[in-house]
Write a protein that binds this ligand. Structure first.
Ligand SMILES: Cc1cc2nc3c(=O)[nH]c(=O)nc-3n(C[C@H](O)[C@H](O)[C@H](O)COP(=O)(O)OP(=O)(O)OC[C@H]3O[C@@H](n4cnc5c(N)ncnc54)[C@H](O)[C@@H]3O)c2cc1C
Length: 506
């Protein structure tokens, strides 16, 4: 079957590799001269920085992405290590203890910090265990997709039962049911800022999924009890590029074609069925199937055209809740930042008003680092990402795609200076050790993702809103990637693209 895949990011590469391996005649096309989408990494002056997801869930042999890598035969090529993140708040630091203190060290530490919420922390922990159990059962059932056994159904219902009455609660409501302290609530919901989703609009039960204990301390075992299994968190050794290279290798080994630096300018539809694509406004490639990643608005309105769409399709695309962007400053350093920064990935929060900060950002106001930022140092696990005795560091914040005041181009140097100045509060003298810097704004990301609005994690997980289904109303056209129903993040994008491709392989 002739298959065209639009976009060589995580979603497109996974789908193309799976279909090529299944015998499809695959051509994958990407606007960029380098494959990978936001996983491509960035190189300059001997330094390599990651641009996409920095801490990745589920890469182990029995975990969702690891299983896909095994099926594609690349598991041994892609080297990973267990990794974790650290949270620093204005009044306290949730750094893991030097000597391992058990699975509940974070809860115990928070009890010391917030003694008035001790009972709430115990209730939170009990519910966390129940939620991990529910996820464990759900994953087991997903693996045996055809299982309709009564026992399985009862197991799932039993696991859901403790949450049944709270299924429609928001994150804000759930947090208030445990904790009186705003600061403590922020510990569990601060990451929602990365999703551009105010706690009052996020599904309450999702809070447990945002706070896997393994992501805060890699020494915590996956298995907490029988049938209560957490996923682990990882970094790619050598950066996210290593996954891209391995997936490209599968496509090439199965005679797939990878066409880089080329734009799909039209998806050709005849009588409600896709028949191919137009490249660069000139060349036509015929196809039986087209799998498209990238932006929904761009695919449906620019490449297909509203005149070919049903009113409900137009409405669905218009209503998709897109995230906004990230402002990244990549630094080459002539010093090891470890004594100041700690591990690979540190989140410095500088406000407890998560709801307010997100709403400001959605209105186009950039906080310029004052609400917080993330510091990522991949050279702590992959020294080859910098010249000898040097380190690669990325400082990033979330930010609006479009500023309410001024342009990214005019202000990016100033914003970078300000961010470095704030980082110096934690890393005195940082500025004196910068030998190179590269700035990425929403404008660079729009170009890199070939979208008109950069949504760094794709769809915002707003309660009651879902994404665009993989199977589109146009026969033979499938929508994958972080603006599709899977949502963003590698743990969603890769398994979803793989499942769609498997379905089409038959
Ligand atoms: C800084 C950063 C941090 C992140 N952190 C997290 C995190 O902590 N947790 C999390 O869950 N997720 C995170 N993500 C999100 C995650 O990385 C993405 O959801 C995922 O990588 C998206 O993959 P994709 O293939 O859908 O899209 P992309 O990587 O955007 O790839 C799409 C590709 O399609 C190409 N394309 C589009 N249209 C066309 C066309 N018409 N013709 C030719 N080519 C086209 C683009 O050029 C692009 O290369 C992060 C992302 C960023 C940027």
């Amino acid at each position: 079957m002739k298959t065209i895949v639009i976009g060589a990011g995580a979603a497109g590469l996974t789908a193309a590799a799976t279909l090529a391996k299944a015998g499809h005649e695959v051509t994958i096309v990407d606007h960029n001269p380098v494959s990978g989408g936001v996983l491509r990494g960035w190189q300059a002056k001997g330094f390599t920085w990651d641009l996409g997801q920095l801490l990745i869930e589920g890469l182990g042999p029995d975990e969702p992405i690891g299983e896909i890598m095994q099926d594609l035969g690349i598991f041994d090529q892609v080297k990973t290590i267990l990794d974790e993140r650290r949270y620093v708040f204005p009044d306290f630091d949730l750094q893991k203890p030097e000597n391992y203190q058990g699975v509940k060290w974070r809860i115990d530490r928070l009890k010391q910090e917030f003694p008035e919420d001790t009972a709430g922390l115990d209730r939170y922990w009990n519910d966390y265990m129940r939620f991990v159990h529910l996820m464990t059962v759900a994953r087991q059932l997903k693996k045996q997709e055809n299982s309709n056994s009564l026992i399985d159904k009862v197991r799932l219902i039993w696991a859901i039962l403790p949450f049944f009455t709270r299924r429609d609660w928001t994150a804000e409501q759930l947090m208030r049911s445990y904790f009186s302290s705003e600061k403590l609530r922020a510990v569990f919901i601060s990451i929602l800022a990365d999703f551009f989703t105010p706690p009052s609009q996020f599904q309450g039960l999702g809070v447990f999924a945002l706070n896997p204990e393994t992501s805060f301390d890699k020494r915590i075992p996956q298995q907490l009890k029988n049938n209560i299994v957490q996923l682990n968190f990882y970094s790619f050794l050598g950066g996210t590029r290593t996954l891209v290279d391995a997936l490209e290798g599968v496509i090439a080994a199965h005679n797939g074609q990878i066409r880089l630096g080329q734009d799909v300018t039209r998806v050709i539809v005849a009588d409600g069925k896709v028949t191919g694509v137009e490249l660069n406004h000139s060349e036509i490639l015929e196809a039986d199937l087209v799998l498209a990643s990238g932006g929904a608005d761009e695919l449906f309105f620019d490449l297909i055209g509203k005149e070919q769409l049903l009113e409900e399709t137009i409405q669905k695309v218009n209503e998709l809740p897109l995230m906004d962007s990230v402002f990244m400053v990549h630094l080459g350093l002539d010093i090891d930042p470890k004594p100041f920064i700690g591990g690979t990935c540190t989140y410095y929060y500088r406000t407890y008003d998560i709801e307010g900060a997100i709403l400001q950002g959605k209105q186009g106001h950039y906080h310029e680092g004052k609400d917080g930022f993330v510091v990522h140092v991949p050279t702590h696990h992959s020294p080859e990402m910098a010249p000898d005795a040097h380190h690669a560091m990325t400082i990033y914040t979330i930010c609006p795609d479009t500023l309410s005041n001024g342009t990214w181009k005019d202000q990016k140097e100033l914003f970078a200076d300000q961010l470095i100045q704030l980082a110096e509060e934690y890393f005195p003298g940082l500025n004196d050790h910068i030998v190179h810097r590269v700035i990425f704004t929403a404008e660079e990301f729009r170009e890199l993702t070939h979208t008109k609005h950069h949504a760094f994690g794709g769809l915002a997980p707003i309660m009651g809103k879902d994404g665009f289904p993989h199977q589109t109303p146009i026969e033979g056209l499938w929508f994958i990637g972080h603006q599709s129903e899977s949502g963003g993040g590698l743990m969603n994008v890769i398994p979803a693209a793989y499942r769609v491709a498997k379905k089409l392989s038959i």
